[in-house]
Design a protein around this ligand. Structure first.
Ligand SMILES: [Zn+2]
Length: 137
C-alpha cells in the first residue's frame, strides 16, 4: 500500500491540480468548488509525502496513520469547505449534472439557475449565506 501511494499519488495530485485549473474558467461562479479541489489536492499531497518518507526512511507502515490523521482532522474541521457538493438542486431537488455538481457553487439546476424573477430571491439569499463565512477568513 505504501508503494502504491508513493508511486501513484503524485499523479493523482497532478490530476487534481489540472482539475483545479479547469475550474478557473468559471471564475467566481465556482470559487468554493475550486478551493475544495485545492484542499483535496493538499490532502492527497500530505498522504503522498507521508508514504514517501515512510519508504525512504524504512519506517514501519503504521506511521501512515499520521498523515491519515491529519487528513481526517482537515475533513472534520473543514468538511463544508472540502466537500461543498450537492447531488440535487437545493431549490427543486432535481438531480444535478456533473458540471453543476463539481464546477458551479450555486448547487442549482439549469431551470432554477436561469434569471427568472421568481428565482432572484433564492439566489440572493444563497449569496448572503455564502458571503458570511468568507468574511471570517
Ligand atoms: Zn432546480
Amino acid at each position: 500500500m505504501i508503494d502504491f501511494i508513493a508511486d501513484k499519488f503524485y499523479y493523482l495530485f497532478l490530476g487534481w491540480i489540472v482539475m483545479n485549473l479547469m475550474q478557473r474558467r468559471y471564475k467566481n461562479l465556482g470559487s468554493k468548488k475550486r478551493n475544495a479541489t485545492l484542499i483535496q489536492a493538499v490532502m492527497i499531497f500530505i498522504l503522498y509525502i507521508g508514504a514517501m518518507i515512510i519508504r525512504e526512511e524504512s519506517l514501519p507502515v503504521k506511521w501512515i496513520a499520521l498523515p491519515l490523521a491529519i487528513i481526517a482532522a482537515i475533513l472534520y474541521f473543514f468538511r463544508d469547505k472540502v466537500l461543498p457538493y450537492k447531488l440535487r438542486c437545493i431549490n427543486c431537488g432535481k438531480r444535478l449534472n456533473t458540471n453543476e455538481i463539481f464546477m458551479l457553487d450555486a448547487n442549482l439546476c439549469s431551470d432554477c439557475n436561469s434569471p427568472h424573477p421568481q428565482n432572484q430571491g433564492i439566489k440572493s439569499q444563497e449569496k448572503e449565506k455564502e458571503g458570511s463565512p468568507q468574511e471570517l477568513n
